[in-house]
Design a protein around this ligand. Sequence first.
Ligand SMILES: Cc1cc2nc3c(=O)[nH]c(=O)nc-3n(C[C@H](O)[C@H](O)[C@H](O)COP(=O)(O)O)c2cc1C
Length: 225
Amino acid sequence: MEVHEAIMSRRSVRRFLPKAVPMDSLRRIIEGAGMAPSGNNIQPWKLYVVGGATKDAISADILDAIANDDPKSHGPEYPYYPTKWFEPYQSRRRETGFGLYAKLGIARDDMAGRQAQMNRNYEFFDAPIGMFVSFHRDLATGTYLDVGMFIENLLVGARGEGLHTCGQAAFTWYHRVVRKHLPMPDEELLACGISIGFEDEGAVDNAFRTAKLPIDDFATFLDVE
Ligand SMILES: Cc1cc2nc3c(=O)[nH]c(=O)nc-3n(C[C@H](O)[C@H](O)[C@H](O)COP(=O)(O)O)c2cc1C
């Protein structure tokens, strides 16, 4: 597959088929991710790949925590989103959230429906494989750039293998639960989870398409012929 085609066909998939991810594809995707550039080539990323019983146990434990724990006892290790939203980001965020809920038939005031959809994150959207990306918490802000490139290589690399993905910051809220199941040292910060598998193409969960900005809205050309 052409690189541009892989990039253009990447999107977040939220319902996967119960079809195994071939191990050679998985290893190629991860090998490609590890080729990402990083400042001074420090390669700060760590990756935990889960399937089967480990993945199921993480799902069960998080869903149990949602049902039984004080929500305030869980939270992300780092602020992925601003505490106060502002324009134009506020509108883009709303358009994306409401667009997805509209496709799923979840009304804006249907809090139970929204929570159920949120919980689908913790079932890895039925994907056979889940991944967790982390890095040493004492590294600097530049590491977030490096790890972002690593993540994007995973997402685009998956397309090259005919697979789809969904990045999931949702897992960072339950990093303490996730940690119980992974050999992840305390000094590692959980950046995000990722679901990976084959898309359920007929599923309404995958029918929503996010709007992307035309390039002149975000790129400035100066003295470029
Ligand atoms: C690091 C990261 C974390 C994300 N976290 C979630 C998440 O927790 N749950 C979810 O449904 N989608 C999540 N997404 C997917 C975004 O909502 C999605 O990328 C965005 O709406 C743009 O849509 P597209 O990926 O289809 O282009 C995440 C994406 C990234 C890159």
